[in-house]
Design a binder for this molecule. Structure first.
Ligand code: SF4
Length: 743
């Protein structure tokens, strides 16, 4: 048995559950991952990603040296080129050498390895050149839901303080923006109101738009425990027959995109049968009379016609939820990733208001956040409308407070709302966004309608990628800055429970790679000096100093120090240094005062099935993979699930002459992919499902870029497609990237 040199306790880099990991290290190599039984999040349990999905750290394609395009290096100094070229001749084959072509004979767009000073000087100079020529509106940045709180705080600070823009966003826009907007409007706070482990306190709970078993595996274990050990009743509302259905009291298989009529019909039943908590409505809410008036048409029979769920099942589900002593709602992106994602989430919020199932342990409104630190990145202000702590950028007092903290002249920060992720790319044209900085995100996999996204990426004048691999988006970059993954840096992640936990380096950075926060400090110091724009601080020597600066203004984090979160973290709000944390929110009131009812109407998804495109495509994740696949497809997990598959119902497969494993072409109005079919009753008749992790059959080539008007989240969960049998030789080559980049 191998004896480790040391065991480092840290936090999982994949999903928002935030499981505690113990990395067993020998000779700077992680050879095993375990988890402590006393972890309050996962009690020693880990899913396959947390247990086995860390070997991407050692993948030969990981980039370990800064790289710039040859044309940029030539414009700086030719001596640097020759020196770098000489030094690289003796370099070991790191796997990405094929990307770096012979300087003597190739094009201006070849990647050339260089040193950090050269790469950061080029980056700073080019960003400043564009900023001074075209102004703040030409600058934009994608922060990163996989990076730490400290990394995200610094990157939004850099763009706000130095380039005076709020064009700052990250992938929260693409997952739970609808939930965030609805919760902000209704209660004034967008995080989960209770912790996931409180599911065992529920008598009844609704799981909707969430394949929890694959997306939040440890939470699904807790849900099953609630049913099997504690006698809770689970209601699954989902178009697919997900694994949780096996444990559910009821399954309501609605048609994709018909959430609003179904949930509002449940509200209708609660009112009609006087299951309403009148005290809660009187004491804690506003807008009830107007909401009541809007319910008139949402009878269960009306909803049945739209969503396909029998009216009697809608009645039964409404009674179950409303009559429970403690009931909660857990939802995922099947609610928010729609062009009416905000209304979808609002319809769920109404159920909690009507029954008073909120503000107590074992109740609540719980959007299950996707990425490991999407909650934290949002908390850190990695969004176009908010500073850290969800302080609106267009509020004078908020702006003044951050100007003081960042040593900026009064009025220096922009008061204008910035562009969202999808808007940033669609504004990539002459006179619009010219320079984009991407830290760890992968829009060439995660945006909808990727053929359009590609055109936008091609329009950028300058793109910086700060990442660990040359992924589908970094292929478009002009500069590549090699960052360290989670196992080589310190900081904090905030999980879906609002629990702020430590991330700890288990080994030194490999090659020349550096932690994101250090890269950003060095870059900011260069930009600040050349712009003559002094700011509060860029000379941090440890990430805790960064967290404490942010916590000095953000009251939710005020009582969080690295010492206090050393063992098990703290659940914010933590308003002072002695506060124990707040697992249950809204016990007395909502942040906005009264909870607000908002009358809703039914708006169909933008694309309905028709004769030409008779199927509805819905997309999602798999247990074995994560997002655009930058980490999992470069790990052993790829062997467990190596290729994209489209799920199709047996009745549809028979009509189209498709057998299990056959190659099929799936085509929408925007693109097409060829992949193998899985014939399964997991999906409904007329609905097909494709996971979006596979660049060789990227589901987002098909999806619709229609946006929710308020949250600006795209409609990933429903678009019309056609399915045809295809030939073996039409299957895409998995070694071919979706995009080879601009050059
Ligand atoms: Fe990591 Fe999520 Fe799996 Fe836990 S459930 S091990 S946080 S991927």
């Amino acid at each position: 048995m191998i004896k480790p040199d040391h065991i480092t306790t840290t936090t999982c880099p994949y999903c928002g559950v935030g499981c505690t990991l113990e990395l067993h290290v020998k000779d700077d190599f992680i050879f095993k991952v375990t988890s402590p039984f006393d972890s309050p999040v996962n009690h020693g349990n880990l899913c396959v990603k947390g247990r086995f999905g860390y070997d991407f750290v050692y993948h030969p394609k990981r980039v370990l040296t800064p790289m710039v395009r040859r044309y940029l290096l030539e414009s700086v100094q030719s001596s640097v080129i020759s020196e770098q070229w000489r030094s690289r001749k003796d370099a070991p084959d790191l796997g990405y050498q094929s990307l770096i072509t012979n300087y003597q004979s190739q094009t201006p767009w070849d990647w050339i390895e260089t040193d950090w000073n050269t790469a950061l000087d080029i980056t700073a100079n080019k960003l400043i050149e564009i900023y001074q020529r075209d102004g703040s509106d030409a600058m934009a940045v994608y922060c990163c839901a996989k990076a730490t709180n400290e990394d995200n705080y610094l990157l939004q600070k850099l763009y706000r303080a130095l380039f005076r823009t709020n064009n700052v966003d990250h992938c929260t826009r693409l997952c739970h923006a609808g939930s965030v907007v609805a919760l902000q409007q209704a209660v004034g706070s967008s995080a989960m109101s209770n912790t996931a482990s409180q599911v065992t306190m529920n008598d009844v709970f609704i799981v909707t738009g969430s394949n929890t078993t694959e997306n939040h595996p440890i939470i699904s274990l807790q849900m099953k425990e609630a049913v099997e050990k504690h006698g809770a009743k689970m209601i699954v509302i989902d178009p697919r027959r997900i694994e949780l259905v096996d444990f559910a009291e009821m399954w309501l298989p609605l048609k994709p995109g018909t959430n609003v009529p179904l949930f509002t019909a449940m509200a209708y039943v609660i009112v009609e049968e006087n299951l309403v908590n009148h005290d809660f409505i009187d004491d804690r809410t506003e807008g009830y009379p107007e909401f009541l008036a809007s319910l008139e048409k949402f009878t269960p029979e009306y909803a049945e016609q739209i969503c396909g769920v029998p009216a009697e099942d809608i009645r039964k589900a409404a009674r179950l939820y409303a009559k429970a002593k403690n009931a909660a709602i857990y939802w995922g992106m099947g609610i928010s990733q729609l062009s009416h994602g905000t209304a979808s989430a609002m319809a769920l919020i109404h159920l909690a208001f009507l029954t008073g199932h909120i503000g107590r342990d074992g109740t609540g409104l719980n959007p299950l956040r996707g990425q490991n630190n999407v909650q934290g990145a949002s908390d850190m202000g990695a969004m176009p409308f908010h500073y850290p702590g969800y302080m609106r950028v267009d509020d004078e007092a908020n702006a003044a407070q951050w100007e003081k903290t960042w040593n900026i002249e009064p009025g220096g920060l922009s008061r204008r709302l910035g562009l969202t992720t999808t808007e940033i790319l669609s504004h990539a044209y002459e006179g619009g966004i010219r320079a984009l900085y991407i830290m760890g995100e992968n829009p060439m996999m995660s945006e909808p309608n990727l053929n359009e996204t590609r055109k936008h990426m091609e329009q950028l004048e300058f793109l910086v990628a700060q990442d660990i691999f040359i992924n589908e988006s970094a292929a478009f970059a002009d500069v590549f800055l090699p960052a360290t993954p989670f196992a080589e840096k310190d900081g904090t992640f905030s999980n879906t429970d609002r629990r702020v936990q430590r991330v700890r380096a288990a080994q030194p950075p490999r090659g020349q790679s550096r932690p994101d926060w250090q890269i950003l400090c060095d870059l900011a110091q260069r930009i600040e000096a050349r712009l003559g724009r002094p700011t509060a601080r860029w000379d941090y020597t440890h990430p805790e100093q960064i967290l404490r600066e942010m916590a000095g203004v953000n009251p939710d984090y005020a009582g969080i120090t690295y010492e206090r979160i050393d063992k098990v973290g703290l659940i914010y709000p933590v308003p002072d240094l002695t506060h124990p944390g707040t697992p249950t929110l809204f016990t007395q009131s909502f942040p906005r005062g009264r909870g607000k009812f908002t009358p809703l109407d039914y708006v169909p998804v933008r694309e309905q099935a028709d004769d030409e495109y008779p199927f509805i495509l819905t997309t999602g994740r798999l247990l074995e993979h994560w997002h655009g696949g930058t980490m999992t497809r470069n790990s052993a997990l790829n062997e467990a699930y190596p290729e994209a598959r489209v799920e199709i119902h047996p009745a549809d497969a028979e009509i189209h002459g498709i057998r299990n494993g056959d190659p099929v072409k799936v085509q929408s109005r925007r693109g097409e992919v060829v992949l193998r079919a899985t014939v399964t009753e997991k999906t409904s008749v007329g609905v097909v499902f494709i996971p979006w992790h596979f660049h060789e059959a990227a589901a987002n080539l098909l999806t619709n870029d229609a946006l929710d008007p308020q949250a600006k989240i795209p409609e990933f969960k429903a678009c019309a497609v056609q399915v045809f049998p295809a030939r073996e030789n039409e299957l895409s080559n998995p070694d071919v990237m979706l995009s080879r980049g601009r050059y």
